[in-house]
Design a binder for this molecule. Structure first.
Ligand SMILES: *Cc1c(COP(=O)(O)O)cnc(C)c1O
Ligand code: SF4
Length: 327
């Protein structure tokens, strides 16, 4: 079996049944009912290899907390919306968001390998907004007529959930637009399904005429096991820039020591911290949120523990602003 089959099989074999997740982790089956309610609006999805990094019997495991559907998600909290970033307003072509100068965000797929319960895209109408290969023409036409765009960002869904072949054919066409210089890939796959970093993917990355940048998404040091370290070091050896973004989450990583350890572990694997995002106020995720003051205190503590280059920028997103906002 080659690597390609391995990652695609793992992607086809995600855990989607809350009952199976609870039983694998030896958790109280009484949690099943509320989980089944929560998955109605946002299904459970988690790779088996990621579940293996969780501690059995621990409901508060920081990895489990990121994926376990809870009844709490059903509570409607004022101020937490379906489209917190008003993305539907900055969406000139299906599958393309153009909010900031010089860079556009493109979703090649609506699929992710994992469903993070705090995700701000949990209610985004992906299916209406999934360009598919036929929508590419409009995307390329939009990019070609705006020479101010120098960077294309592939983002969530997870761009690495698609085949190498599809990535190749996308970038072949992208390369024809001379003002596009960089290709940024926002992905959680190297962390949650490290098998995805195959020789063929590395071959594509290293032969791009665009400068590639990968931004992974890790929230807790326990997510980084040996397989993840190996996958990240392959990227490093291929001289790919790899950055990390995290989301600050109550009950997962809201301690300076945890965040410091995360930065250290990432750096050892060749990854620099980029952003620490405040939660986007999406309906169903209010229980992960922290007060701004608490976030700022944590960030100050973190800055006192680490060299400057290991401290991620604490940011939030506000609709209508020209970039992420420093907190
Ligand atoms: C976050 C985001 C970007 C990238 O912002 P950077 O500060 O360059 O990382 C680009 N486009 C959209 C729509 C975004 O949400
Ligand atoms: S887009 Fe990113 S944060 Fe959202 S569910 Fe997918 S992997 Fe998780």
């Amino acid at each position: 079996m080659n690597n390609t089959e391995t990652w695609q099989q793992a992607l086809a074999d995600l855990i989607t049944d809350p009952g199976e997740l609870l039983s694998l982790l030896e958790l109280d089956p009484a949690l099943y009912q509320e989980a089944m309610q929560a998955v109605q609006s946002f299904p459970l999805k988690v790779p088996r290899g990621y579940v293996k990094r969780m501690q059995k019997g621990n409901l508060h495991d920081p990895l489990l907390q990121q994926v376990l559907p809870l009844g709490l998600e059903l509570i409607q909290v004022p101020g937490y919306d379906l489209d917190p970033l008003h993305e539907s307003e900055t969406n000139p072509v299906p599958g393309l968001l153009h909010k900031y100068h010089g860079r556009v965000l493109i979703t090649l797929t609506s699929a992710c390998a994992i469903h993070c319960r705090f995700c701000f895209r949990r209610h985004f109408p992906y299916d209406e907004n999934n360009p598919g290969k036929r929508g590419w023409e409009k995307i390329f036409a939009y990019l070609a007529k705006d020479p101010s765009i120098s960077e294309v960002i592939l983002s969530g869904g997870d761009p690495l959930a698609v085949s190498d072949h599809l990535l190749q054919s996308f970038t072949q066409q992208l390369t024809l637009i001379p003002h596009i210089k960089r290709l940024r890939i926002h992905t959680r796959l190297p962390i949650v399904l490290p098998e995805r970093i195959t020789p063929s993917l590395l071959d594509w990355l290293t032969h791009l005429t665009l400068e590639p940048v990968i931004v992974v998404h890790t929230n807790h040091p326990q997510e980084i096991n040996e397989e993840v370290e190996a996958a990240l070091s392959l990227l490093k050896r291929a001289s790919i820039h790899v950055l990390n973004q995290s989301v600050l989450l109550k009950g997962v990583n809201d301690e300076a020591l945890i965040l410091a350890l995360l930065s250290e572990k990432l750096f050892a694997a060749g990854v620099l911290p980029y952003y620490l995002h405040l939660l986007d106020k999406v309906q169903g995720a209010a229980h992960f949120d922290l007060l701004h003051e608490r976030a700022q205190t944590l960030h100050r503590e973190l800055s006192a523990m680490l060299p400057g280059y290991l401290v991620p920028r604490l940011v939030c997103e506000e609709a209508g602003r020209p970039g992420k906002v420093l907190v």
